[in-house]
Ligand binder design. Sequence first.
Ligand code: C2O
Ligand code: CU
Length: 551
Amino acid sequence: AKARHFHWEVGYLFWSPDCVENPVMGINGQYPGPTIRAKAGDTVVVHLHNKLHTEGVVIHWHGIRQFETPWADGTASISQCVINPEETFVYRFKVDKAGTYFYHGHYGMQRSAGLYGSLIVDVADGEKEPFHYDGELNLLLSDWWHQNVHEQEIGLSSNPMRWIGEPQSILMNGKGQYNCSLAGHLSKKTSLCKLRADAQCAPPILHVLPNKTYRLRLASTTSLASLNLAIGHHKMVLVEADGNYVQPVTLDDIDIYSGESYSVLITTNQNPSMNYWVSLGVRGRHPATPPGLTILNYHPNTARPPSSPLPIHAAWDDYPHSKAIANKILALQGSPKPPTRYDRRIYLLNTQNKINGFTKWSINNVSLALPSTPYLGSIKFGLKGAFDHQSPPENFSSEYDVMKPPSNPNSTVSSGVYKLEFGKTIDVILQNANALNANVSEIHPWHLHGHDFWVLGYGEGKFSEEKHSKNLNLKNPPLRNTVVIFPYGWTAIRFVTDNPGVWAFHCHIEPHLHMGMGVIFAESVERIKNIPQAAIGCGMTAKMVMNNSHT
Ligand code: C2O
Ligand code: CU
């Protein structure tokens, strides 16, 4: 194992992700940011210098659990102080598990501004993956708006709220085509793109040799869109989800929600004289965005767009299709199993609400607002008044009708946290419900920091202890760090509190988190030792750091 150092500067650039130029947040003059590649057991050291003129910044390493380094999780107001302009912060953390990960900004809506990149961890020297492949392909998926994130943010926090709408483009490795289509020759409505291969918006062509097996790594950092990937004439074998091995399963297409990552194997056993479409369609919301496209290019063909029709994605609201895929994802034999009993079960009802006329999302009627002083320091030092000391409720009224708009739509704002004791088995039942408008319930991908959790099951309607508890999957539930709740449904997860830290658990849809859709788990913070001064030298903990250099 070794230490891998990276020196990064975050700044705005002019860039054309979808052939339209916009200000984009990039790293070292590049968008998306550079790919980090390491081996399991390595220590990654990122020296992050903030070159933004008037904004703070932090970076979160999505899927990395940060054992013994909770201050390196990169969450503003939670694990650290924001890095001010011209400051440098050093992230140092161990990547303990091979897999497909990514990183992204975790302050305000900086992820939506383009602050993200891939983080890939290979198996340690001498180790082998439990599947074979000849080559590797990597696609980081995102969505893109022409309206800048500052304007988006103002809209979301206005009264009445102005929704950001659907993205203009779906991007692969930061590349999409807005004013033309790679499939323009197949349609009367759009024109065919004529792009130089070195254009910033030229598609990331997947070059392959015939009769080989490729590992295609997929990770979604979308702000809003749920995606479905299909490759013309090729099936995929799912082998990894969120950095955990799964039972290999053959799929025609795969859903990828924001915050999720997967590896699929594809075998290039089709007619080698042709190229094939790779298409990324929008799911779960009425699509107003054309699919993201690229080409699976068999060597030695020229990388020309195929003349075959585009792969067809299931209808955007075909939830049975999505649920069927979700239910096929199971742990590979030999994976760690969950404890059979839980110590504590927390029910989290997801609702859309109003607070003084402002539109919010709430959990058990509490909408999350982050404090100015990062929790990690304020909880460690027992500072009263740094955040709301009342913990949010662990349950919601048994009378609540999840199929109807809330009868009392008002909720409160709070920075309260759930305190978790060390060494306990925690269940969380995520409960979806109707939004403010009748007959609307959306998909929400929930992401947990600091842990992988077992997905014990999904169900329809309201979760019931008597009816559903005994049917949860304790045999081979997959380990994940992100899981969806389907419209009007529930999802049950389980994890063990073995990692002291302050961890966000939230909807990975950027505007939803921004509108309060998250909770904070303060996990055995008393066990955390040696918090670096640079992480908490702000707000009410600035003083503590000065008085006590041995935090
Ligand atoms: Cu990828 Cu808290 O986020
Ligand atoms: Cu959401």
